[in-house]
Ligand binder design. Structure first.
Ligand code: 6CM
Length: 256
């Protein structure tokens, strides 16, 4: 644990100054910390139903509706060997990797660079028949976090995505209906067996991932089609994303 702390000492432990000064900062801070807490709650209570399982991956959902629209919360966990939490979060956050793993994506632009750990994205997603095409405008924030209340919670990284507004990109003006999302990816690195600092190899590291998502489709979408799409697409996403991470990292030095 101390070794992990030392290794992480060179990376950001607090958000950057320019992010703190931004108009969205209070919201980013609040939602990111709420999502971290929510992600770390188990799935024992709260009516979570397991709907997909593959190796170490487990996916749970709760059936919920708001104003007649499906907004089923999703929670997934996975264990991935050979990558660190920092590396997995970096790949989920960085625009340069997104087309490599995000299969539902048609187009993506960075609307605003708030700071090096906080970006605002506009994405259009592939149309799913018979509904209209969707777009999403959201801030994305990445950081290393610590939790003094849980001494085992070492080397924890989070990426939190949450819908926002931007005067230059108002919703529902073109062919797309805007979706509203809150998503988080929380990752923790484990080293086994314990070794000298210099000897840590990729085969000795494991990353535990929790992914949580709530997406409001923003307008009419048939519930049965949407649930069928989620059931198919979320497991596909997590498997594709994690194998992309393994592939990207395998020949690179480890980043703690
Ligand atoms: O979290 C994921 N991806 C992130 C980076 O792209 C980000 C974006 C999430 C957008 C999710 C919206 C998908 C569009 C849903 C369309 C719903 C309407 C269709 C109507 C069908 C009848 O957080 C991974 C997201 C994986 C999604 C499967």
């Amino acid at each position: 644990r101390d070794r992990l702390k030392q290794k992480s000492a060179s990376v950001l432990t607090t958000p950057t100054m320019s992010a703190i000064e931004h108009r969205l900062w209070p919201e980013i801070e609040k939602i990111t910390m709420e999502q971290l807490h929510y992600a770390r709650l188990g799935v024992g209570a709260g009516g979570w139903q397991l709907f997909a399982e593959d190796g170490d991956m487990r996916m749970y959902r709760r059936e919920e509706e708001a104003d007649g629209l499906v907004v089923d919360p999703l929670k997934a966990c996975h264990v991935v060997k050979g990558v660190t939490g920092h590396e997995v979060c970096e790949i989920f956050f960085s625009p340069e990797y997104r087309t490599g793993w995000e299969a539902t994506l048609e187009d993506m632009i960075v609307v605003e660079k708030v700071s090096k750990d906080t970006l605002i994205f506009l994405q259009t997603h592939k149309r799913i028949w018979p509904a209209s095409q969707r777009d999403a405008l959201f801030w994305s924030h990445m950081r290393r976090v610590s939790d003094d209340q849980d001494p085992d919670a070492h080397d924890l990284w989070i990426v939190c995505n949450h819908s926002t507004e931007h005067p230059d990109y108002p919703p529902n003006t073109g062919k797309c209906v805007r979706v509203y999302l809150t998503v988080c990816l929380v990752c923790q690195t484990f080293i086994d067996p314990p070794k000298d600092e210099d000897e840590i190899k990729r085969e000795n590291i494991t990353c535990k991932i929790t992914y949580c998502s709530v997406v409001n489709p923003g307008g009419w979408a048939p519930a049965s089609v949407l649930r069928a799409v989620y059931k198919r697409e979320y497991p596909k996403f997590l498997k594709r994303f994690t194998s992309f991470c393994i592939d990207q990292c395998k020949d690179k030095p480890i980043t703690f």
